[in-house]
Design a protein around this ligand. Structure first.
Ligand code: OAD
Ligand code: ZN
Length: 244
C-alpha cells in the first residue's frame, strides 16, 4: 500500500528534503493560489515591474497585503507542518525548502540552516534600495492614515513585503542552497505544490536525476507525477498527522 511505502521511506531517509507549497498551509486556513477560491483565482498578481513603476500598484499591493493578513491572522501550524518539523528533529529531513511566505515552518520549530525560503517571507517588509527591515505593524498605521505606500525611513526607497513577486529576482543564495540539498537528497518530498512556478519546480527534477526517490503528495495531479516514485493524491493533514 502507498501509505506503507511512504512510512518506509520516511523512516529510512537520512538526507530527505521536504519541498513545500501553499497546499501545506490550507489546513491552517490560508488559501492557496490556484485552487478554486485561491488567491490567483481572485486577483491577477501585481508583478515586480508594476510595483516599481506605479504608485497605484504599490498602493494596491499594500492594500491586498493587509487584507490577506487580516483574513489569515492567527494562522498556526497544522499537523502537516508538525510532521515535517518532527522528521527534521528526528534527522530524516535534512532541509525544508519552502515556497511559502507564511512563516509557519518557523512557527513549528524549523529554523536556521535547515529552512530555505525561496519566495521570501511575508511577515515583514524590506526597503528595495537599502535592504533595511521594516515591521508591518510600524508601516500599517501610516499607510492607513495617508493611503500612501510606505517609504524607507532611512533612505526614502520603496518598502515592499519581503516576498518575491513575479518578475523579481529570486534570492540567489537560497536557490543555490536548495539546488545543493536537492542533489544530495535521498528522498525528495513534494508537499502541496502545483509545481508550475519555475525555477522552484525544477528542484524535484534535479533531485530525481541525482538519484532521490521522488514522492509527490498533492490533492491535484501535477506535471511531474509521471516521473515520481510515489504519488499520493490526498489531503496533507490527514496523510501526515500520523507522523506529527
Ligand atoms: P498552488 O496554489 O499553485 O498549488 C497548491 C497545490 O496544493 C494545489 O495543486 C492543490 O491541489 C494542493 N492542495 C491544496 N490544499 C491541499 C491539501 N490540504 N492537501 C493536499 N494538497 C493540497 O501553490 P504553490 O505550488 O505553492 O509564488 O504555488 C507556487 C508559487 O506560486 C507560490 O509560492 C507563489 C505563487 O505565485 C510567489 O508568490 C512568488
Ligand atoms: Zn532604504
Amino acid at each position: 500500500r502507498k501509505i506503507e511505502r511512504l512510512g518506509t521511506l520516511l523512516r529510512s531517509m537520512r538526507r530527505g528534503v521536504a519541498f513545500t507549497g501553499a497546499g501545506l498551509s490550507t489546513g491552517s486556513g490560508i488559501p492557496d493560489f490556484r485552487s478554486p477560491g485561491g488567491l490567483w483565482t481572485r486577483h491577477r498578481p501585481i508583478d515586480f515591474d508594476s510595483f516599481l513603476s506605479s504608485a497605484e500598484s504599490r498602493r494596491e499591493a499594500w492594500r491586498r497585503k493587509f487584507a490577506i493578513d487580516d483574513a489569515t491572522n492567527g494562522a498556526a501550524p497544522n499537523a502537516a507542518h508538525r510532521a515535517v518539523a518532527r522528521l527534521v528533529e528526528q534527522g530524516g529531513i535534512a532541509t525544508v525548502v519552502t515556497q511559502n511566505i507564511d512563516g509557519l515552518h518557523q512557527a513549528s520549530g524549523v529554523t536556521g540552516e535547515k529552512l530555505i525560503e525561496l519566495h521570501g517571507n511575508g511577515t515583514y517588509a524590506t526597503c528595495l534600495d537599502c535592504g533595511a527591515r521594516h515591521e508591518l505593524a510600524e508601516i500599517r498605521p501610516g499607510f492607513e492614515a495617508t493611503g500612501e505606500p510606505p517609504a524607507c525611513r532611512i533612505c526614502g526607497g520603496f518598502v515592499k513585503s519581503a516576498t518575491i513577486s513575479f518578475g523579481q529576482p529570486m534570492p540567489a543564495e537560497a536557490m543555490r542552497r536548495a539546488q545543493d540539498a536537492a542533489r544530495e537528497a535521498d528522498v525528495f518530498l513534494v508537499l502541496g505544490s502545483s509545481l508550475v512556478v519555475y525555477p522552484a519546480a525544477a528542484l524535484p527534477v534535479s533531485a530525481k536525476q541525482a538519484g532521490a526517490a521522488l514522492v509527490i503528495a498533492n490533492r491535484e495531479p501535477t506535471d511531474l507525477d509521471p516521473i515520481a516514485d510515489l504519488v499520493l493524491r490526498t489531503d496533507l493533514v490527514a496523510l501526515l498527522a500520523p507522523f506529527a
